[in-house]
Design a protein around this ligand. Structure first.
Ligand code: UDX
Length: 435
């Protein structure tokens, strides 16, 4: 099947490359000429493990190609995916749909035979209907259906998530569209992946409700962690005890510095906005957003307190991205924590395995070549992201490099007993300090 994927951002590129791996003929389209030129030469604009290989293998086989002109890409396409960005609109928290609507207009101009116009971008309830109206208005005799097909990829394991999803959600109204969508995802039948067909509205809401629920789980355990610190409990034991209950599950119960990334912060805000518009308060999600915002600052204060104030001191920061295995800095807790410490007079020496380039654009800090260089001569170290290489630091070396052996571990990757025995002043999240 011939498929056009519009937008070569994170979602579009991963989805396009993986669909070509399924055996489809995929053309990825983007207006960014430099990006497309790079992709044609095999330059991947983002860091995502395994993506470069999927792109190069399928580009070589001829199933995956890149194009700037939609007109060239469209002929013969049975499905056209919209995977352009929907950033939070400045000021009001609503998703900015201008790119989605502009693409819909453009698709209308180039539709010839029947095609399903599939929205992969995360869009508020009702957007697929609007896309349908835009195309219908611009091209009244076009033969097409719209479908909503939200993505649930996690950055850092997106390729595996695409190959083996828990489920595929498709919202559409006609048997013809359902048949096309079934055909696109047919290779997943091998793993018996459930394909859930719903209305467009339900499909759109499934995405937001899922992400809001996961964000709620994280925020819940973060608040429990605060309580653990007060009563002398250990949040990891509490989470394990809770998670063994099959109704609760053990995932997304890791206490930390608050959620970040490209999805949870944006999607929770957009859900609130939709709820307001329909005059149906979602007070739990409101609380999640507020608690998570406050949390990032509280974590900065935790670091400040552990170091006995930071004015005139040097703080080593390990990890800046919102989670490991990505170079994504969007809404990362570091974007609140680092400026706070700087404002209080700290000098920051930081290291992140993949995030340095993005971090330099957003933060005024000194980037180091590795973790040890960042800690050399610092008054203390704070771990913000749980990259694997931070999990087994040479503690003797760390201690000899730091002026004072203070470690604030916001991801609980070390054991308090080990750290205390090694002579550190060790502060983590929701766990009693041993010793
Ligand atoms: C998420 C969803 O998982 C995915 O389904 C959706 O399509 C996009 O958003 P992603 O943003 O890549 O994916 O990251 P995820 O691994 O889900 O983590 C989100 C944030 O929550 C990170 O900041 C992470 O550090 C934090 N987190 C996650 C916790 O603090 N505790 C946890 O237990 C889990």
């Amino acid at each position: 099947m011939r498929i056009v994927m519009i937008g070569t951002g994170y979602v579009g590129l991963v989805s396009g490359a993986c669909l070509s791996e399924f055996g489809h003929e995929v053309v990825c389209v983007d207006t960014d000429t430099a990006k497309i030129d790079g992709l044609k030469r095999g330059v991947i604009p983002i860091y995502e493990p395994g993506l470069d290989e999927v792109v190069s293998v399928n580009a070589k086989s001829g199933r995956l190609s890149f194009e700037t002109d939609l007109k060239v890409a469209m002929p013969g396409a049975e499905a056209v995916f919209i995977a352009v960005g929907t950033p939070t609109r400045r000021g009001d928290g609503h998703a900015d749909l201008s790119y989605v609507f502009a693409v819909a207009e453009e698709i209308a101009a180039h539709l010839s035979g029947y095609a399903v116009v599939v929205t992969k971008s995360t869009v508020p309830v009702g957007t697929n209907r609007k896309v349908e109206e835009i195309i219908r208005k611009a091209h009244p005799d076009a033969k097409f259906d719209v479908a909503s097909n939200p993505e649930f990829l996690r950055e850092g394991s997106a390729i595996e998530d695409f190959r083996r999803p828990d489920r595929v959600i498709v919202g559409c109204d006609t048997d013809r569209a359902r048949a096309v969508m079934r055909e696109i995802y047919r290779p997943l039948y091998l793993h018996e992946t459930p394909i859930v067909f719903t209305s467009c509205e339900s499909s759109e809401l499934i995405k937001y409700a899922s992400n809001a629920f996961l964000a709620t789980k994280i925020t819940f355990i973060n608040e429990v962690a605060n309580l653990c610190e007060k009563v002398g409990a250990n949040v990891q034991d509490v989470a394990r005890g809770m998670g063994l209950d099959g109704r609760i599950g053990n995932k997304f119960l890791h206490a930390g510095p608050g959620f970040g990334g490209s999805c949870f912060p944006k999607d929770t805000l957009a859900l609130l906005k939709t709820a307001q518009e329909y005059n149906t308060p979602t007070r739990i999600v409101e609380a999640v957003v507020a608690v998570n915002e406050a949390r990032k600052r509280e974590m900065a204060e935790k670091i400040e307190k552990a170091l006995g104030g930071v004015a005139g001191k040097t703080v080593a920061i390990l990890g800046l991205t919102f989670k490991p295995n990505t170079d994504d800095m969007r809404d990362a807790p570091s974007l609140v924590i680092v400026p706070y410490l700087r404002e209080k007079g700290a000098r920051i020496r930081a290291f992140d395995p993949e995030g340095a380039k993005e971090a330099k654009k957003r933060l005024d800090i000194e980037m180091c070549a590795d973790a040890y260089e960042a800690m050399d001569g610092a008054d203390g170290v704070a771990i913000l992201t749980e990259w694997n290489e931070f999990r087994a630091l040479d503690l003797g070396r760390v201690k000899s490099l730091l002026k004072r052996p203070v470690m604030v571990d916001l991801r609980n990757i070390y054991r308090p007993e080990t750290m205390t025995a090694a002579g550190f002043v060790y502060v983590s999240v929701g766990r009693p300090n041993a010793g």
